[in-house]
Design a protein around this ligand. Structure first.
Ligand code: ATP
Ligand code: MG
Length: 610
């Protein structure tokens, strides 16, 4: 049975990280390669094998079309949105429109929903934790960017479910970072968390109070502003330079594009520690005359800064706005936490230090603190003795569409969650039996500029004269930041049924199907791993026995009994070799026992005669 242990997962655009609280100490769990973060990449090989993490990243260039990265940029988004258009324009994998205006990713002719892809990453993180802890894990706290809207949160929750995890809470990434910073330190401080990752930017202002109270005062961000966009600027520049030189557009070639992407990111990271670096991509493409062309360019730190200056400025503008929303001055911020890999870029570090007029804290690890915070929250949710109160806010205003296409706000941005608001709707026609309500999230006064969460139709209303039926609708945002709507007929007190038209979300049936599929793959993965481990063990033992053979033979060959033992040992080794060849788990296990016995006997013989 799975334990009560809860893991915390930072499901990042570029990298994911898993942590757990062990004996009261939050700890990051390394993967089998010893790395504390795992690339959020998924691939399907030619043989139909699924790869996740480092192993997917390593083959990305040669299998560009079937390797997914940055799926988080697509999660919970609509096919026609500007962000999806933008993201897929530069991606090397193929996408198509799904049945709910959502995005589907095509890998080896098979279509996957985005939550399904994210589920593969979550499942990998779960397996990393299970391998480390040696027991099955069923519960997780998963983080999302603070600025994620309801559709993105729901889709992340779906991903958890498909991965077979019970997501007991979704928390915001900057909030998690603050938790890991303040946990167990009994601080009283106002802190700003500046989180600039691979795909998203978030800023949160929090008050950390005595007795473990973490209260978010304001949050904002941009879910389409991250390291990926800075890479894109570098790629654009390289493509332009190459075009100037050779008149060829590298974008036509998926493999060239993937190599460029790789090189651009690498150059960007290098420029955090050196002042210039060379991008060198031999045989990047062939010219029309069948000659191989190379790309070779020097990029300096000032050039990178120039290419990304407006992006960095945008993050600072958002900080300024958020401070204003929190009604705070920069000098009231007592600590600035830097989170996310992009904060290693010197220009970004400097911009933040300049804006807040203080050196950022060294107290958090930019890659690990989010997962650590998630594990702390998970621990606090199952361990009643933990005194910790987390009060987060909703990043977007929640409202409905009124006549004329305006947006009527019911729950303003930065309201502490969980929360709810009620509104009374009346019928506008005689015998009206249904009322349609469009629920949206966003900051724009024109409804269409905001994110549509769902169309709610109140049905089966009583037949009555116009305006006589009053329905009270309750809009609720829970601690996960997820929205729900309920309705009640005020006269009869009856709950009204609400039909929700899925916007970009998956249906229950789809989720169950995907769950089954993911479960099958996990079994397959687990068993193939087990075979691999058994095979290696068998090979190790065979090697050892074969090494001892000459010595043992010399020692025991004089007796019949000894010769018999040698024969038997040979037979054991031969059978084991067949099992290794067949990769059959049951017979491998059986043979390992025989091999181990033989090896012990051999060692005994040799030791005795020393
Ligand atoms: N030394 C470095 N200098 C500059 N950028 C870096 C450095 N190291 C990592 N990065 C960049 O940081 C980004 C990844 O950051 P991080 O792992 O925090 O993102 P993430 O958590 O996966 O994404 P998100 O939080 O946006 O979903 C990548 O764009 C990567 O290139
Ligand atoms: Mg992150």
């Amino acid at each position: 049975m799975a334990s009560e242990k809860v893991i915390g997962i930072d499901l990042g655009t570029t990298n994911s990280c898993v942590a757990i609280v062990e004996n009261g100490t939050p700890t990051v769990i390394p993967n089998r390669g010893g790395y504390k973060t795992t690339p959020s990449m998924v691939a399907v090989t030619e043989a139909g094998k699924r790869l996740v993490g480092h192993i997917a990243k390593r083959q990305a260039i040669t299998n560009a079309e079937n390797t997914v990265y940055a799926a988080k940029r697509l999660i919970g988004r609509k096919w026609h949105s500007a962000q999806v258009r933008n993201a897929i324009a530069t991606s090397s994998y193929r996408t198509v429109e799904g049945p709910h205006n959502d995005v589907r990713i095509v890998l080896r002719e098979k279509e996957y929903s985005v939550p399904e892809i994210s589920a593969m990453v979550l499942q990998e993180m779960r397996v990393i934790a299970e391998d480390y802890l040696g027991e099955p894990i069923a519960k997780a706290v998963v983080t999302v960017p603070a600025y994620f809207n309801d559709n993105q949160r729901q889709a992340t929750r779906d991903a958890g479910e498909i991965a077979g995890l019970e997501v007991i809470r979704i928390i915001n990434e900057p909030t998690a970072a603050a938790l890991s910073y303040g946990y167990g330190r009994n601080l009283e401080k106002t802190v700003a968390v500046y989180d600039f990752g691979g795909g998203t930017f978030d800023i949160s202002i929090l008050e950390i109070g005595q007795n473990g109270v973490f209260k978010v005062i304001a949050t904002a961000g941009d879910t389409f502003l991250g390291g990926e966009d800075i890479d894109a600027r570098v790629i654009d520049w390289l493509v332009q330079e190459f075009k100037k030189e050779h008149g060829i557009d590298l974008r036509q070639d998926r493999m060239a594009l993937q190599r460029l992407k790789d090189a651009a990111e690498k150059a960007k990271c290098e420029l955090s520690s050196v002042r210039e670096t060379e991008v060198n991509l031999p045989f990047i493409i062939s010219s029309g005359r069948n000659e191989a062309l190379h790309l070779q360019k020097v990029i300096t730190r000032p050039l990178l800064e120039q290419l990304s200056t407006d992006l960095v400025e945008r993050t600072i503008d958002i900080c300024r706005q958020t401070l204003a929303d929190a009604e705070l001055h920069t000098d009231e911020i007592e600590e600035v936490l830097l989170v996310g890999g992009m904060t290693r870029m010197p220009r970004i570090h400097l911009a933040v230090a300049e804006f807040f007029r203080r050196e950022p804290s060294k107290g958090v690890h930019p890659d690990e603190c989010v997962a650590l915070g998630a594990s702390i929250q998970g621990y606090a949710l199952v361990d009643e003795s933990q005194e910790m109160v987390l009060l987060d806010v909703t990043p977007h205003a929640l409202g409905i569409v009124t006549q004329g296409g305006y947006f009527e706000v019911l729950i303003p941005q930065n309201t502490t969650v969980p929360t709810h608001r009620q509104k009374i709707f009346t019928t506008s026609r005689e015998n009206q039996t249904a009322v349609k309500i469009l629920v949206m999230q966003g900051e724009h006064e024109l409804a269409e500029q905001n994110e549509l969460l769902g169309e709610f139709v109140l049905t089966g209303l009583r037949r009555a004269p116009k305006g006589q039926v009053e329905i009270e609708v309750t809009f609720e945002i829970n601690a996960d930041g997820i929205v729900s709507v309920r309705a009640k007929d005020l006269d009869t007190g009856l709950e009204q049924s609400i039909q929700v038209t899925a916007t970009s979300g998956l249906t229950r049936d789809e989720i169950s199907n995907m769950m089954r599929n993911a479960g099958d793959h996990l079994l397959e993965r687990r068993s193939s791993e087990e075979v691999e481990v058994a095979k290696q063990e068998a090979e190790r033992l065979i090697g050892e026995i074969e090494r001892l053979f000459p010595q043992v033979e010399q020692i025991v060959a004089q007796s019949d009994f000894g010769r018999e033992a040698i024969e038997k040992a040979r037979a054991v080794v031969d059978r084991a070799k067949i099992a290794v060849e067949k990769r059959d788990l049951a017979s491998l296990k059986e043979q390992i026992e025989g091999l181990a016995r033989t090896q012990r006997m051999f060692k005994g013989v040799v030791a005795k005669t020393l």
